[in-house]
Ligand binder design. Structure first.
Ligand code: 13P
Length: 254
């Protein structure tokens, strides 16, 4: 089994001072953990600072978004090649905040996934339903469509070049976590959906859960058979919470 993966998504938070403080407190304890992969996605502007801070550690760096083009007249945008230039390994694509606040649809998200792979980055494709969609009982259809856009553009092998993250929108930043059973149901569905195309890719693709993951619920979530780690927002900004979550990602000794 691959290691569990915990990715901290700082969103639009941090400062040079607070970043340095946070990293000074988490670096040594994280190095003592075994068999768990950890990455941090700071705002673009702090990538260089973070790259310097994590250089001697096993923490990997990620970005929160990228532009689908390689370069050109796209004021304010950042390309995959630039992210590689700053040592990024991962990049989030299709985060629900990008989808809902900045109008990113499934087709655009698929082209961003493609651009990430083209640049040698590992895209983290975020999928998930809103509260309204869950109440209507269309959760699985929504997730299927979000996955299908990437499958249509790139095929299942390239989908498997990324990481998936199931983030129910109603659980993001609300303190209301999906129960382990609710999360597992969708994770299992996602794996089955991929397996219809390629069972090996389904088996090896890591599917993270995101949405109010905290120190006290991470272990239970990570114990589910189809949950391969977490995509963590708010709790990744807190030393104690982030360390507990990463610790929960270690293999359980029986
Ligand atoms: P919270 O952990 O703050 O709910 O955010 C989840 C998220 O959106 C991570 O990408």
């Amino acid at each position: 089994m691959a290691n569990k993966l915990v990715i901290g998504n700082w969103k639009m938070n941090g400062s040079r001072k607070s970043n340095a403080e946070l990293l000074s407190k988490i670096l040594a304890p994280l190095e003592r953990l075994e068999s768990v992969d950890v990455a941090i996605c700071p705002p673009f502007i702090y990538l260089e600072q973070l790259a310097n801070l994590v250089v001697q550690s096993s923490i990997q760096l990620g970005a929160q978004d990228l532009n689908q083009a390689e370069h050109g007249a796209f004021t304010g945008e950042i390309s995959g090649a630039m992210l590689r230039d700053f040592g990024c390994h991962y990049v989030l694509v299709g985060h629900s905040e990008r989808r809902s606040l900045y109008g990113e649809g499934n087709d655009l998200v698929a082209t961003k996934f493609q651009a990430a792979l083209r640049s040698g980055l590992t895209p983290v494709l975020c999928v998930g339903e809103t509260l309204e969609q869950r109440r209507k009982g269309v959760t699985l259809e929504v997730v299927n469509k979000q996955l299908q856009a990437v499958l249509d553009l790139l095929g299942v092998n390239q989908l498997g070049g990324g990481v998936l993250a199931y983030e129910p929108v109603w659980a993001i930043g609300t303190g209301e976590t999906a129960t382990p059973e609710q999360a597992q149901e969708v994770h299992r569905h996602i794996r089955q959906y991929i397996a219809e195309n390629n069972s090996e890719v389904a088996r090896t693709t890591r599917i993270l859960y995101g949405g109010s993951v905290k120190g006290d619920n991470a272990a239970e979530l990570f114990a589910q058979p189809d949950i391969d780690g977490g995509l963590v927002g708010g709790a990744s900004l807190d030393v104690h919470s982030f360390l507990s979550i990463c610790k929960a990602g270690q293999p359980r000794h029986t």
